[in-house]
Design a protein around this ligand. Structure first.
Ligand SMILES: C[S@@+](CC[C@H](N)C(=O)[O-])C[C@H]1O[C@@H](n2cnc3c(N)ncnc32)[C@H](O)[C@@H]1O
Length: 266
């Protein structure tokens, strides 16, 4: 009840709509936000967040889950290269939407894969999220060097053609990704809960975002994807996500079921 009240208050104060996220994960995250901000109760948290946009921005780090990895789930990227990119090769220009891009790892992974398939130069990528701190970090393209070991392992498993280190330079404990990777990328604020459709895109990658939404919000997001995809366009989801139980399911067919890659059919 207190959490519902908090989510309503955040919606009317900031238009951030967390009201249709799964209750269990929201409860966990509200608890983490309260703890991180040193507040004892949900009503106290609500009071502070409603009064202070700065504190709200801080809390967003807990309310959203800014966790990501480059080349997470190697087989997803292998399936893109083998089943999706050959079709995309036939288009003279491409629009790609990475929804819920977090701090950019998925976007840079896709940029590298598109580059290696000779597609990046003809692509425009839109990478969107609701967390402005994550978006700013994504636009910088700087990761901790310690993370690169795991990312390199993932890249190799994903069938990367070169060495991942070809795409970044090191500076002490940081890895600075090559700026050419984001030449065609626009990082922008967009909420799957409150914003409208994108222009026509040929490929949408939205991974590990729907998992936090209830059925109603998943339907909204999948409806946006359907309306933003060109006919026969592709939708890639996270390993625990699907369009199958959505009211829009009949507009999609599975292309690579195991890797949650779907194609718009109508
Ligand atoms: C766990 S991360 C996934 C990051 C990346 N897609 C990946 O798979 O590595 C979930 C992301 O979804 C974003 N998100 C949450 N609600 C959203 C919404 N309504 N619209 C767009 N993005 C949202 C969060 O801010 C967070 O960055």
């Amino acid at each position: 009840m207190e959490i519902r009240h908090l989510l309503e208050a955040l919606y009317s104060r900031y238009s951030y709509d967390f009201r249709h996220y799964t209750p269990a994960s929201m409860k966990r995250r509200v608890g983490q936000a309260a703890q991180a901000l040193g507040l004892q109760s949900v009503p106290h948290l609500e009071d502070v967040l409603v009064k202070s946009p700065d504190r709200f921005l801080e809390a967003l780090q807990y309310l959203t889950i800014p966790v990501s990895e480059m080349f997470r789930d190697a087989t997803y990227f292998i399936s893109l290269r083998e089943r999706v990119f050959p079709v995309l090769q036939t288009y003279p220009s491409l629009k790609v939407w990475i929804a819920g891009c977090s701090t950019g790892e998925e976007t840079y992974s896709l940029a590298i894969m598109l580059h290696e398939a000779g597609l990046l130069e003809r692509s425009t990528l839109y990478a969107t999220d609701i967390n402005p701190t994550s978006l700013a970090s994504a636009a910088r393209g700087i990761f901790k060097i310690v993370s690169m070991r795991k990312f390199t392992e993932n890249y190799q498993k994903a069938g990367g053609k070169r060495s991942l280190s070809d795409y970044y330079s090191s500076d002490k404990d940081l890895a600075i990704l090559d700026s050419s990777l984001r030449r065609n990328v626009t990082f922008a604020d967009h909420s799957l809960a409150t914003d409208a459709v994108f222009g026509e895109t040929q490929f949408i990658s939205c991974r590990n975002v729907l998992i936090y939404f209830d059925r109603e919000l998943q339907d909204r997001a999948i409806g946006l994807f359907r309306d933003s995809l060109s006919r026969r366009g592709f939708l890639g989801l996270g390993s625990k996500e699907t369009v199958e139980f959505s009211k829009h399911a009949h507009h999609f067919a599975p292309l690579v079921k195991a890797d949650r890659i779907f194609q718009r059919t109508s």
